[in-house]
Design a protein around this ligand. Structure first.
Ligand code: SF4
Length: 261
């Protein structure tokens, strides 16, 4: 699969370290997931609202979020070992990084982990912002149970650039969703956090290609409040305002399996 230069270019200037992790199949606190697999620490997508920045407390990275990535090069070996003694359960890929961020095109750790999970018949839930997930369609289609989610937080490409500066554009994510659905994959869209958007337009774009939708507000306003203030869009942090957007999204997506989280 060809990955546009846009996503490779962001890897330049990032501190990349190859590390050996101790575990890879970790217990998950996310509802609906028993385990999570994170083959990378850090994420080149550098979303300004990213909740996973708390990882820095444990890893001791001095670089800003988005400027470092640790690559767990032994992730497949660890997973092969861990999975032998694990009780079967749903695995989230990934919970504190994007498993299909640009470096995955080189390291293929997510793909190797998927292969192992598939061979051991573990159900999987993938959530990503990247079309790179399409590279692994052949593995995805071998699973007995798998859902692939694409995060799409707005229909406004300008806002996407502000809040998710190095993540793939919205049009690429919609196209990824379309291709997954076309290939018979169970799909969902995670609309979260709710960024400034036109809800009816966003609903129209994702409606044909998503089996289910998860909607989540801005749970980490303190991380992004300054951006909203600078742009004069602070109403988007007010609950009453985003509740209305949520209702309009629900209306536009009526008939879909919608979860508010
Ligand atoms: S893609 Fe996900 S993990 Fe990566 S920076 Fe954005 S919110 Fe964080």
């Amino acid at each position: 699969m060809q990955i546009p230069e846009l996503w490779y270019s962001n890897v330049m200037g990032i501190a990349i370290r190859e590390i050996h992790a101790k575990t890879i199949l970790t217990k998950s606190g996310i509802p609906g997931s028993d385990y999570c697999v994170n083959a990378y620490v850090g994420c080149a997508h550098a979303c300004s609202y990213c909740y996973a920045t708390f990882m820095k407390k444990f890893t001791g990275h001095a670089e800003p979020w988005g400027c470092f990535i640790d690559v767990k090069t032994n992730a497949p070996e660890l997973l092969s070992r861990d999975i032998r003694r694990a009780v079967k359960g749903n695995v989230m890929i990934s919970s504190v990084t994007d498993a299909y961020q640009p470096l995955e095109a080189k390291y293929r750790l997510t793909r190797q982990c998927l292969d192992i999970l598939c061979a051991n018949r573990f159900p999987v839930d993938i959530l990503t912002k990247s079309p790179l997930v399409l590279r692994d369609l052949d593995v995805i289609q071998r699973f007995e149970q798998i859902d692939v989610g694409i995060t799409i937080t707005t229909d406004d490409e300008g806002m996407r650039r502000v809040f998710e500066p190095h993540a793939p554009p919205i049009s690429a994510r919609i196209e990824t969703l379309r291709k997954l659905k076309e290939q018979g994959v169970s799909t969902y869209v995670f609309i979260g956090p709710l960024l400034p958007m036109h809800p009816e337009k966003l609903a129209e774009k994702i409606r044909p290609h998503a089996d289910a939708v998860l909607i989540s507000g801005m749970n980490y306003p303190s991380k992004t409040a300054a951006v909203y203030r600078r742009r004069g869009i602070t109403q988007w942090l007010e609950k009453g305002y985003t509740d209305d957007i949520q209702e309009r999204l629900k209306k536009g997506l009526a008939g879909k399996d919608i979860t508010i989280c």
